[in-house]
Design a protein around this ligand. Structure first.
Ligand code: HEM
Length: 331
C-alpha cells in the first residue's frame, strides 16, 4: 500500500502498465470508464481538474506569451475551434457542476468558471463576444493540451491546436502535417501497423462516443514543457542525471503519463485530440508496491529502440534497478 493515499498526485495517477512488458499498441478504449488503482482512481471523466490546475494554467499562459507558435489555428479550422470550446465547456459544466456553469438563452450563452473567477456571455461563432479566440479561451481553462484534426481526402491533418506541454516534439513544426507524417519518427510502427490501424479507427469515429488511450515516457524534474523548442534547457539533464546520488535520482526522475482523449466534434466533424500529462517521481511511485514492481520490470525489459526514441536510454536501467531495490522493507 502507498504511504499516503492522501497525496493527490498519487491518488489520481493513471499508472499505464497492464503487464510486465511494454510494446506499442493502438490501446484505445471507451472514455469515461473509471479505473480503480491501489492509490485511488482516474478516468471517470474526459476532463480532469486536479490540485495542479491553477499552477499549470499559469505555466501555459507564460509559455504562450513567450512563444505564440504553441497555439495555431489554420483559417479553415475556425469553426472547429468554436466546436471545441463549446464541447469542452459542456464537459466541464457536467463534471464540475458546483463551480462551473454553462447556460443558454436564445443565441446567448453564459459561461461561469468560479474556480478561476471568470464569466463570459457569448454568441456562438462570434469571436468579438469572447475575450480571446475560442480555442485559446478554453485552453486557458483546461489542463489538457489540444490538437484538432481536419478530415479530408481520406486522411487526417493536425491543422489547429494549443500545445504547451509537448513531450519531445514541436507543435509549431507539426501543424498542418497529416496524422501519418506526424508519426513518421516513431520506431517499429510501420512493421506493427499501429498507426495505420489507429488512422482507420479515427476516420470512423462517431460524435458522442469519446475514446481514450495512454502513452508514457520519463522526464527529469517536474517539467511539463519538454518541447523541442526548449531542448537546450532540458536536454542536458539526461547527461547530468548520471552524476546525482540515488536520493536525488528518485526525486528527479518522473514517470510521465499522457491520458489522450479522441472525440469527433459534432458540428465541424473535426477530431479533437486531448493530451493530459501526469507526472510522478520514482520516490512516490515506489510507495505503491504493485506499481514499483511492474515499472521496474517494464523498464528492465524495454527494447533499446523504444527507450532511445523516448529519450530515456541513458537512465532507464538505473531507474529499473532503483525501483527493484526500493520495495517495502528494503534498506
Ligand atoms: C489512436 C490514436 C493514436 C495512436 C495509437 C498513437 C500512437 C503513437 C505512438 C505509439 C507514439 C510513440 C510514443 C512514444 O514512444 O512515446 C506516438 C507519438 C506521437 N503521437 Fe500519436 N497516436 C495516436 C493519436 C495521435 C493523434 C491524434 C495525434 C495528433 C496529432 C498524435 C500525435 C503524436 C505526436 C506528435 C507524437 C510524437 C512524434 C514525434 O516524435 O515527433 N497521436 N503516437
Amino acid at each position: 500500500m502507498p504511504l499516503s493515499t492522501a497525496d493527490p498526485l498519487l491518488r489520481g495517477f493513471p499508472f499505464p502498465f497492464a503487464d510486465d512488458r511494454y510494446r506499442y499498441s493502438t490501446n484505445i478504449e471507451p472514455a469515461r470508464t473509471p479505473v480503480f488503482t491501489p492509490a485511488g482512481q482516474w478516468g471517470g471523466a474526459v476532463l480532469d481538474i486536479d490540485t495542479e490546475y491553477q499552477t499549470e494554467l499559469r505555466e501555459r499562459a507564460a509559455i504562450l506569451a513567450a512563444d505564440p507558435t504553441r497555439g495555431t489555428i489554420l483559417p479553415h479550422m475556425r469553426g472547429a475551434a468554436w466546436d471545441t470550446m463549446l464541447t469542452l465547456m459542456r464537459e466541464l459544466a457536467v463534471t464540475y457542476p458546483d463551480t462551473i456553469r454553462l447556460t443558454r438563452e436564445g443565441d446567448r450563452w453564459a459561461w461561469e468558471n468560479r474556480i478561476l473567477g471568470l464569466r463570459a456571455d457569448f454568441v456562438y461563432g462570434d469571436d468579438a463576444t469572447l475575450p480571446s479566440e475560442p480555442l485559446h479561451y478554453i485552453a486557458s481553462q483546461v489542463q489538457e493540451d489540444i490538437v484538432l484534426l481536419d478530415q479530408r481526402d481520406g486522411a487526417l491533418y493536425g491543422d489547429a491546436g494549443v500545445v504547451t506541454f509537448a513531450a519531445d516534439w514541436s507543435f509549431g513544426f507539426d501543424v498542418g502535417m497529416s496524422f501519418l507524417e506526424i508519426h513518421g519518427p516513431v520506431p517499429r510502427i510501420r512493421q506493427e501497423r499501429v498507426i495505420v490501424r489507429a488512422h482507420e479507427f479515427l476516420k470512423r469515429l462517431q460524435p458522442h462516443q469519446p475514446y481514450r488511450r495512454t502513452n508514457w515516457t520519463m522526464t527529469i524534474g517536474r517539467r511539463l514543457d519538454v518541447s523541442t523548442e526548449r531542448y537546450y534547457e532540458w536536454g542536458p539533464d539526461r547527461e547530468t542525471i548520471k552524476h546525482v546520488d540515488d536520493v536525488a535520482f528518485a526525486r528527479l526522475v518522473h514517470l510521465r503519463v499522457e491520458v489522450q482523449h479522441l472525440i469527433r466534434l459534432p458540428e465541424s466533424g473535426a477530431i479533437l485530440f486531448l493530451i493530459r500529462t501526469y507526472m510522478l517521481p520514482l520516490e512516490k511511485l515506489a510507495t505503491v508496491e504493485t506499481w514499483r514492481r511492474r515499472a521496474a520490470a517494464v523498464l528492465a525489459e524495454l527494447p533499446a529502440d523504444i527507450a532511445d526514441y523516448k529519450g530515456i536510454i541513458k537512465y532507464k536501467d538505473r531507474a529499473a534497478s532503483w525501483l527493484a531495490a526500493h520495495g517495502e522493507g528494503a534498506a
